[in-house]
Every structure is written in structure tokens, then in C-alpha cells.
Write a protein that binds this ligand. Structure first.
Ligand SMILES: *[C@@H]1O[C@H](CO)[C@@H](O)[C@H](O)[C@H]1NC(C)=O
Ligand SMILES: *[C@@H]1O[C@H](CO)[C@@H](O)[C@H](O)[C@H]1NC(C)=O
Ligand SMILES: *[C@@H]1O[C@H](CO)[C@@H](O)[C@H](O)[C@H]1NC(C)=O
Ligand SMILES: *[C@@H]1O[C@H](CO)[C@@H](O)[C@H](O)[C@H]1NC(C)=O
Ligand SMILES: *[C@@H]1O[C@H](CO)[C@@H](O)[C@H](O)[C@H]1NC(C)=O
Ligand SMILES: *[C@@H]1O[C@H](CO)[C@@H](O)[C@H](O)[C@H]1NC(C)=O
Ligand SMILES: *[C@@H]1O[C@H](CO)[C@@H](O)[C@H](O)[C@H]1NC(C)=O
Ligand SMILES: *[C@@H]1O[C@H](CO)[C@@H](O)[C@H](O)[C@H]1NC(C)=O
Ligand SMILES: *[C@@H]1O[C@H](CO)[C@@H](O)[C@H](O)[C@H]1NC(C)=O
Length: 861
């Protein structure tokens, strides 16, 4: 009896063990955890985790956010960026012994990290970044000896009772980030255990209220490449042992209370690309050895107590793009060797004690410079005219120096300049006219020895921008009749001007492209107030990039090797298109438009629109191409920067060498739907409406998932209510509405027609030209032949005939397309109606079996 019992028990044991970690148990455990979730964002609705359900326990490995190992148990959980408000204490760590990846970043777990976390012993990847975690970080975390990547950044840890001494080193760790968003008063010592994590390559402990010293043992992290300890309260000197991490490429110790001198640790860090020690208490000299850091691109030593001169060796760091030494006590003359730094984009030497002149040969190579700040020094001499070489200059601040001489006329040609402060110098003579600085917003000429009259462009400037110049007397007389002042802050008040009146109620980024379009169309009727500015335009360099754009135009030019042919991916009527792969990995398309043949560019457009464009480019529609910005450049080129679409045009997809395998019926229907939505938006959601005028298969681009992006607004037109909408004929042969041949009147129905042509072409796999031509000859025999045509014979024969739902959708698309190509504009449906019909939830039933449907029948529907 006992024996049997024991046998039973023994045989049951493995069962019990398996049961404790069975997939079913894991599934139940996850459902329990989910029970405590609420979802904070409409973009990740609760339905996202619908698969996590007790009725679905057996398909755990198919659940959203879950991956399984070979043993069919959970190995990865990725709930990142779901904006879940939940609690980690309901998560049963013991149920997931084989979990390797746990990604909860971008959620709200408003509580400390549970100490049970060390039960997931197989964990290799832990991402709790930005998860609203609070409290003390449990030392059990460091029991996860297999973890390689641990990101605890951007949480709300409180270090009142934080004791790092109980933490063990995690030997496998290569990536570690800890930071707290909380501005609490509690400080923490530097976590010593970190120096035992010998495999670390990335360490970010910025913003942690760390105080005390950086332990010399940090020098044992010989593999470290990235070290960020910025925004703490570290107050030792910088340990020379830091110089033993010779693999360091990024080092930031900014915003601490570190003191000491530089040369002690710099000597070995020859791989540094980025070095920031800003806002500390570093004193003494900038050592000549800084010239050994040849890879440096970013150097920030600002807000310290350095009191030497700049060693000429700094000029050897020719990869520097950003250099800031501002707010120290640096002195002496600016070494001429700095002229070798011809990659500089930003140079800040302000608030020091520099003396001597700004020599012409110093600045002449700085062709990429966007921000030059030399204010609050003791510089004397003239402003060199070589500043003209800085074609991308946005900020020029020379305030509070001892500069003399006149303001060079050439400053007025720096088209991108937004800030110019020359106040508190001894400049004399007249203020130049500043004709081309169309973006200039912040300027200050006060407290100089300027004379004469103020140019009209500054008509509405605040008076205090000119005070302290006893020789300045009012505005030049001709101002009254001049073109609208560019710095007119009440720019909309001026709406009696034709252009502005039309352009205030603008819509979408399209306006920008329309502006460009107008520039090409010399005959455009919108521009009554044309100014011959070819001369000005030659030297105009301007740029507008969307707010969130992270690249500079200089980077774009570099990425395409200054528009080398090998980057050219297409050429069209208006210019060439280049593919630019930026250093960040982002890929964009650059359309280069050559303006050299156009002599009467309406400069007034540029002047009036620069203010609006930023707003315009921010409005988006998912079926319209994104314009990142535009630039113009010396020599008369305009560049449009667009998102790059891997698949290229619809035309290429339909007729390209790759064949049509991917263009199945459902995809084609989706493409037509997307195009309809784009046009519906232009016609019905924009005020005034916008007519694209050039809808063809080549101007419809495709995302990798075949989402449509309508592009090429080169000839798009606003439909204004008051002015006439007559036009020269424009568009692409084969897609132009027939009435344009007789009336030349632009209406939105022109686009409807072209849309119909494209929709038919997508379904037929060839241009429907013949069919449309016969349709025009209303009563002819060919029309009768045409209407007897069977739909199935019309469709792209390279594909199988559509069936079931596909068949219904195809019939709907062809029916709508046929309505859109009706000869009489008034009988064509609107794009709004068309878009709504095409995306209706339930498809209409077929009136006859698919194989018997004729075009005649569909035209009558
Ligand atoms: C998981 O999904 C795959 C395909 O998506 C399916 O073949 C499989 O049957 C599903 N498994 C379960 C258990 O539902
Ligand atoms: C974790 O989520 C973040 C944020 O979405 C993401 O960047 C990261 O790639 C994810 N990690 C893994 C291993 O999937
Ligand atoms: C965990 O993984 C090991 C090896 O990969 C495997 O032997 C074991 O069965 C797994 N455990 C579970 C509960 O899946
Ligand atoms: C540390 O890195 C080395 C080289 O990548 C690797 O061989 C070793 O296994 C790592 N150590 C641990 C504990 O992961
Ligand atoms: C520095 O990095 C290289 C490659 O990343 C590696 O081969 C080398 O061992 C590293 N140096 C040290 C001291 O770890
Ligand atoms: C500078 O940067 C370039 C390209 O980024 C790189 O090839 C080069 O090695 C760097 N270093 C020096 C000293 O030029
Ligand atoms: C720089 O400051 C130190 C004291 O911090 C002083 O001893 C030294 O003379 C100063 N050097 C110069 C060039 O002003
Ligand atoms: C200002 O200019 C006038 C002549 O234009 C000159 O007489 C005067 O000395 C100058 N004043 C200063 C402070 O430079
Ligand atoms: C120009 O500088 C003066 C003197 O510093 C200042 O009072 C004035 O407000 C500034 N004006 C503008 C428009 O910045």
C-alpha cells in the first residue's frame, strides 16, 4: 500500500513541477497582471491586448507582445510604448523562469521595482526606461547575472535610502543607464559596484543627484566607449584614471561641481568624438595636448574657470563641428590656426577676455558656420567682409566688444541670418540695406556710433534696437512706397495686397510647394506684383526646415557629395531627384530645381511666406508626401527636401522590372483608396481648396506597405473664390480632363478626372487611353463596342480574376473610376463622395455574376 502510494507520488512529482511553470500557468498569470491595466492613450487602446484572455489560454505564444522559446514558454515580453497604467507588483516573476527579454519602456508603473525581479534569472535584456518607476532601486536587481542590457533611465527613483553597497557587479552587463527625473533633495553616492561590471561599453548615470567623487576605480572599465555622468553634483577633481579608458568616444561630465585641471586625464583619450565638461569648476589652461584629440567633433568647455589662451594646437582638431569655450576667463588673441576648423557649424567664444582682431583669414574657411558667438570679449578692429563666406550663418553675435569701422554691406546678403547683434561696439557709418536677410528677426544696432537713416526693412523694429546712436535719424524717405516691410509683425493686417489676401487662409505644406510652383510659372496669374529680382536671387540663400527636422542642409549636401550623379535617382521636368542617406541613418529625397532660366521670380512671395512656412509644413496627411523643408542656394537652385519612399512611384510598381507580383487586387484597391483620401483632403478640407492638376501614376508614390503618398505639387493651384481660375494648359498628357482643352478653367473636377484615369490604369495594368478616347465620341460605333466590353477582359490579365470580397471591391473601384472620367465635369462625383464610397465598410453586392459584368452595366450604376 505504502509502496504504491509512494510510486504514485513519485510519478506525480514531475507533473507537479511542470504544472508550476506550464504555458497555461504563464498565460493565467499574464491575464491576472493585465487585470490591473488601464490604457492611457488612444493610439494604444485596451483592445491591443485582447489576445491576453482566459478564453485564449492555449495560444499563449501567439499573444500580442509575447514571444516563446522552443519549450513553448514565454521568453520575451515587449509592452514598450503602450502607455499602460499598471502595477508591477501583480506580475508574478516566479512564473517566468526562462524570460530573457522584458521591455516595459514607455509605460506608467507608479511604484518601486519589485525585489522579486531576481526570480527571472535568465533575463538578458531589461528595459524599464521612462516607466514612472519610483522609490529605491532594489539590490536584488544585481542578482540578474546574465543581464547584458539594463535601461532604468528617466524614472522617479528616490535616493533617500538608496544603498548601493549591497549591489553585486553584473559581469555580463554591457549597457547600463540609470537616471531619475525627480528633482528631489536626496543625494546618492556614486554606485561603486559599477566598476565590477568590466564588460560595460555604455554607461549613462546622468541626472541622478550623485554627489561625492567619481571613484578612480572607474578606470577599470577598459571597454567603456560611452560615459555620461552629466547633471549630478559630483564634486571631486576628475580622476586621472579616467584616462585609462582609452576606448572612450563619448564623455560628458557636464553640469557637476568638478574641479581640477584638464591635462591630467585628457592625454590618452585620443578616440574622443564628443567631450563635454561644461558647467563645472575646471581651471587652469587648455593644454596643447588637446590637439591630439583628432576625432573630436563636439567640444564643450563652457562655464568653467579656464584662464589661459587658446592653444594653437586646437586647430589640429579639424573634425570639430561644435566648439564652445564660452563663459571662462580665456584670453589672448584668437589663434589663426582655428581657421583650419572648416567643419565648424557652431563656435561659441563669448563671455571671455579675448583681445585682438577678427582677422579675415580666420573666418574665411568657416563655410559651414551656422552660429558664431563672440559677444562680451575685448575684440577690436573691423568686422571682416569675409563673413560673406558663411553662407549658412543663422546667428552672428558680436555684442559688447570694441569693434570699429562700418558694418559691411555684405552682412545684408546673408540670407539665412536670423539673429544679428552688433550693439555696444564703436561701429560707425550707415546701416546697410539688408535686402536679402529675409529671416532676420532679432537684431540690435544700439550703442554704436552709427549715422544716417535706418533702412526700410527695419520699419517696424522696436526703437531700442537703435538707441545710443546719436547720429541715426529716422527712416529713409522712400520707405513709404516700398514693398511691404519684411519685419511686419502684423503682417496679416496688410491683406489688401493681392497675394497676402489669397495666402492667409492657407492649407497644409502644399502652400510651400505652390510658392515654388509659382516661381517657375512665369505666367502665373496670381502674381500681379512681380518684381524683377534675378539679381537678388542669384545671391539668395535661404532655408526653411520643419521644426522637428534633425539634420542641417550642409549634412544633406555632404550626403549627396554635393549633388554627384551617383546619388541621382530620377529626373523630371523640373529638375533631378537625389537620394541622401544622412549620417543618422535617415534617408531623404532631395529634389533639385534649377532656376537659372527664370528671370522674373516673384521675390515678393519669398518675402511674404517665410513666416508662414513653418506652420504650413507641420500640417500633414498620411497620403500626402511629407516635405521637410526647402532651401535655395547661390546660383539659382532650389532644393525641396522630402521623405524618401523606398518603393518609388506607382508607375514603377505597375510597369517596373520587378513585375506585378505584389500588386494583388487588395493592394490595388488600397492604393486607389489612399489616392482618393489625399485628393478629398485637398479639395474639401483645405481652405481655399487646392487642385493638384498633375495626378498621374508617376506622381503617386508608395510606402513599403503600399500606403499612397501623393507628390509633385509643382503646378498645383489654389482655387481662390474671387480671382479667376483661368490657366494655361498644364498637366501630363493622357491624364488631363478633356474640358481643359476648350475652357482652360481649373476646377477640382479636373483632378477627379485624372483620378479616374489613374484608378482605371491601376485596375487594367495599362493606360485606359483607347477606352477613354472612344468614350469621347459620344455616339460613335466604337463607343457601343466599348460598352459591350466585359469587365473581366478589361482587368489586368497578369493577375488571377478577383473572387469574393476582392471581386466586389474591384467592381466598386471600376464603377467609381468610370463615373470620375465622365465627359461632363458636372456629372463627375466629388472626391469626398468618391473617397467615402471607396472606403465604405460593407461592399455592395454584385448585380450580376462577375464574369458577365459589362462596362456598360457599370457605367449605368
Ligand atoms: C498561432 O498563429 C499561427 C499563424 O498565425 C497559427 O498557425 C497557429 O495555429 C496559432 N497557434 C495557436 C495555438 O493559436
Ligand atoms: C524596447 O522598447 C524600446 C522602445 O520602444 C525600443 O526602442 C527597443 O528597441 C525595444 N527593445 C527590444 C529589445 O525590442
Ligand atoms: C527553460 O529553458 C531550459 C533550457 O532552454 C529548458 O530545459 C527548460 O525546460 C525551460 N523551462 C521552461 C519552464 O520552459
Ligand atoms: C565579457 O566580454 C567578453 C568579450 O566580449 C566575453 O567573452 C565574456 O564572456 C564577457 N563576460 C561575461 C561575464 O559576459
Ligand atoms: C577597444 O575596443 C576595441 C574594439 O571595439 C577592442 O578590440 C579593444 O579590445 C578595446 N580595448 C580595450 C582596452 O578593451
Ligand atoms: C574625421 O572624420 C572623418 C569622417 O567622419 C573620418 O574619416 C576621419 O577619420 C576623422 N578624423 C580625422 C583626424 O580626420
Ligand atoms: C590662472 O589662474 C590661476 C589661479 O587659478 C593663476 O595662478 C594663474 O596665474 C592664472 N593664469 C593666467 C594666465 O591668468
Ligand atoms: C563718432 O563718429 C564721429 C564722426 O562720425 C566722431 O567724431 C566721433 O569721435 C565718434 N565717436 C566715437 C565714440 O567713436
Ligand atoms: C538692444 O540692446 C540694448 C542694450 O543692451 C537693449 O536695451 C535693447 O532692449 C535691445 N533691443 C532689442 C530689440 O533687443
Amino acid at each position: 500500500m505504502t509502496f504504491l502510494y509512494m510510486l504514485l507520488l513519485l510519478s506525480a512529482l514531475p507533473l507537479i513541477k511542470t504544472a508550476s511553470i506550464s504555458p497555461r500557468k504563464q498565460a493565467k498569470s499574464l491575464v491576472k497582471w493585465k487585470g490591473g491595466f488601464s490604457f492611457l492613450s488612444s493610439s494604444s487602446p485596451p483592445s491591443l491586448l485582447n489576445s491576453w484572455s482566459l478564453t485564449n489560454l492555449n495560444s499563449l505564444c501567439n499573444w500580442t507582445a509575447i514571444s516563446c522559446s522552443k519549450t513553448r514558454t514565454v521568453s520575451k515580453i515587449d509592452l514598450s510604448n503602450m502607455q499602460i497604467l499598471g502595477t508591477l507588483s501583480l506580475f508574478d516573476f516566479s512564473s517566468f523562469p526562462n524570460l530573457t527579454h522584458f521591455n516595459l519602456s514607455g509605460n506608467y508603473f507608479d511604484e518601486p521595482i519589485p525585489s522579486e525581479i531576481d526570480q527571472v534569472t535568465e533575463l538578458q535584456y531589461l528595459n524599464l526606461r521612462d516607466s514612472s518607476l519610483s522609490g529605491t532601486i532594489p539590490h536584488q536587481l544585481s542578482n540578474l547575472q546574465k543581464v547584458r542590457y539594463m535601461d532604468l533611465g528617466l524614472n522617479y527613483f528616490i535616493y533617500a535610502d538608496q544603498d548601493w553597497s549591497e549591489f553585486a557587479g553584473m559581469p555580463s552587463l554591457t549597457y547600463l543607464a540609470i537616471s531619475t527625473k525627480d528633482d528631489n533633495l536626496y543625494h546618492s553616492e556614486f554606485p561603486e559596484f559599477i566598476s565590477q561590471c568590466r564588460n560595460l561599453t555604455f554607461l549613462d548615470l546622468s541626472q541622478n543627484n550623485l554627489n561625492g567623487q567619481i571613484p578612480p576605480s572607474i578606470g577599470q572599465l577598459r571597454k567603456l566607449q560611452y560615459l555620461d555622468l552629466s547633471y549630478n553634483s559630483l564634486d571631486s577633481s576628475i580622476p586621472s584614471e579616467l584616462g585609462l579608458c582609452t576606448n572612450l568616444t563619448h564623455l560628458s561630465l557636464a553640469s557637476n561641481k568638478l574641479d581640477g585641471e584638464l591635462q591630467l586625464f585628457l592625454s590618452n583619450l585620443n578616440n574622443l568624438v564628443e567631450l563635454s565638461l561644461a558647467n563645472n569648476r575646471i581651471y587652469g589652461t587648455i593644454p596643447p595636448s588637446i590637439g591630439q584629440l583628432r576625432e573630436l567633433q563636439y567640444l564643450d568647455l563652457s562655464y568653467n574657470s579656464l584662464n589661459s589662451s587658446i592653444p594653437s594646437e586646437l586647430g589640429l582638431c579639424t573634425n570639430l563641428t561644435h566648439l564652445s569655450l564660452s563663459s571662462n576667463k580665456l584670453n589672448g588673441e584668437l589663434p589663426l590656426s582655428l581657421s583650419n576648423l572648416n567643419n565648424l557649424i557652431e563656435l561659441r567664444l563669448d563671455n571671455n577676455l579675448f583681445t585682438g582682431q577678427i582677422l579675415p583669414s580666420l573666418v574665411s574657411n568657416w563655410i559651414h558656420m551656422e552660429s558664431l558667438q563672440l559677444q562680451s570679449n575685448e575684440l577690436s578692429g573691423k568686422i571682416p567682409t569675409e563673413v560673406r563666406n558663411m553662407g549658412f550663418l543663422l546667428t552672428l553675435n558680436l555684442r559688447r566688444n570694441h569693434l570699429t569701422g562700418v558694418i559691411p554691406q555684405i552682412l545684408g546678403n546673408l540670407a539665412l541670418l536670423k539673429l544679428l547683434d552688433l550693439s555696444h561696439n564703436h561701429l560707425s557709418g550707415q546701416i546697410p540695406s539688408f535686402v536679402n536677410t529675409i529671416f532676420l528677426r532679432d537684431f540690435n544696432f544700439s550703442y554704436n556710433n552709427l549715422t544716417g537713416r535706418i533702412p526700410c526693412v527695419f520699419q517696424l523694429a522696436p526703437e531700442n534696437a537703435f538707441v545710443g546712436n546719436s547720429g541715426l535719424h529716422g527712416y529713409v524717405d522712400s520707405c513709404v512706397d516700398s514693398i511691404p516691410p519684411r519685419h511686419n509683425r502684423n503682417f496679416k493686417k496688410d491683406n489688401n495686397r493681392v497675394l497676402i489676401g489669397i495666402l492667409v487662409p492657407v492649407c497644409g505644406l502644399l502652400m510651400v510647394t505652390i510658392v515654388i510652383g509659382l516661381m517657375f510659372r512665369k505666367k502665373s496669374s496670381l502674381v500681379s506684383n512681380k518684381v524683377n529680382t534675378s539679381e537678388n536671387f542669384e545671391i539668395l540663400e535661404s532655408m526653411i526646415l520643419q521644426e522637428e527636422v534633425k539634420f542641417t542642409f550642409a549634412e544633406v549636401v555632404k550626403a549627396v557629395d554635393d549633388f554627384h550623379e551617383k546619388h541621382c535617382i530620377g529626373a523630371g521636368g523640373f529638375g533631378r531627384v537625389y537620394k541622401a542617406e544622412l549620417q543618422s541613418g535617415q534617408v531623404i529625397a532631395v529634389k533639385r530645381l534649377n532656376m537659372s532660366d527664370s528671370n522674373d521670380i516673384p521675390a515678393i512671395n519669398l518675402h511674404s511666406f517665410q513666416n508662414e512656412i513653418r506652420t504650413l509644413t507641420s500640417i500633414r496627411h498620411r497620403n500626402i508626401i511629407r516635405l521637410y523643408g526647402f532651401c535655395s542656394r547661390r546660383g539659382g537652385c532650389i532644393f525641396l527636401l522630402y521623405e524618401y519612399l523606398e518603393r518609388g512611384s506607382l508607375g514603377k510598381a505597375l510597369y517596373g522590372v520587378e513585375g506585378v507580383n505584389e500588386l494583388v487586387w487588395a493592394t490595388r484597391v488600397k492604393i486607389v483608396q489612399g489616392l482618393a483620401h489625399a485628393l478629398s483632403y485637398l479639395h474639401h478640407d483645405c481652405s481655399p481648396p487646392i487642385v493638384h492638376r498633375d495626378i498621374t501614376v508617376n506622381n503617386v508614390l508608395l510606402e513599403s506597405d503600399f500606403e499612397v503618398r501623393l507628390s509633385d505639387f509643382g503646378i498645383a493651384r489654389l482655387l481662390s473664390t474671387d480671382s479667376s481660375n483661368w490657366t494655361d494648359i498644364a498637366g501630363s498628357f493622357g491624364y488631363i480632363a478633356p474640358e481643359l482643352a476648350y475652357t482652360m478653367r481649373v476646377t477640382d473636377k479636373c483632378d477627379v478626372y485624372s483620378f479616374g484615369v489613374v484608378a482605371l490604369e491601376v485596375m487594367m495594368g495599362r493606360h485606359p487611353g483607347d477606352m477613354l478616347e472612344s468614350q469621347l465620341q459620344e455616339s460613335s460605333k466604337s463607343r457601343r463596342d466599348n460598352v459591350e466590353l466585359l469587365l473581366k477582359d478589361l482587368l489586368d490579365q497578369r493577375l488571377e480574376q478577383p473572387t469574393n470580397e476582392s471581386a466586389k471591391a474591384v467592381v466598386l473601384v471600376v464603377t467609381m473610376a468610370l463615373a470620375c472620367v465622365r465627359t461632363r465635369p458636372a456629372s463627375r462625383p466629388t472626391m469626398l463622395f468618391t473617397a467615402q464610397k471607396l472606403s465604405a465598410q460593407t461592399l455592395p453586392c454584385l448585380p450580376e455574376p462577375f464574369g458577365m459584368l459589362t462596362i456598360n452595366k457599370l457605367m449605368a450604376l
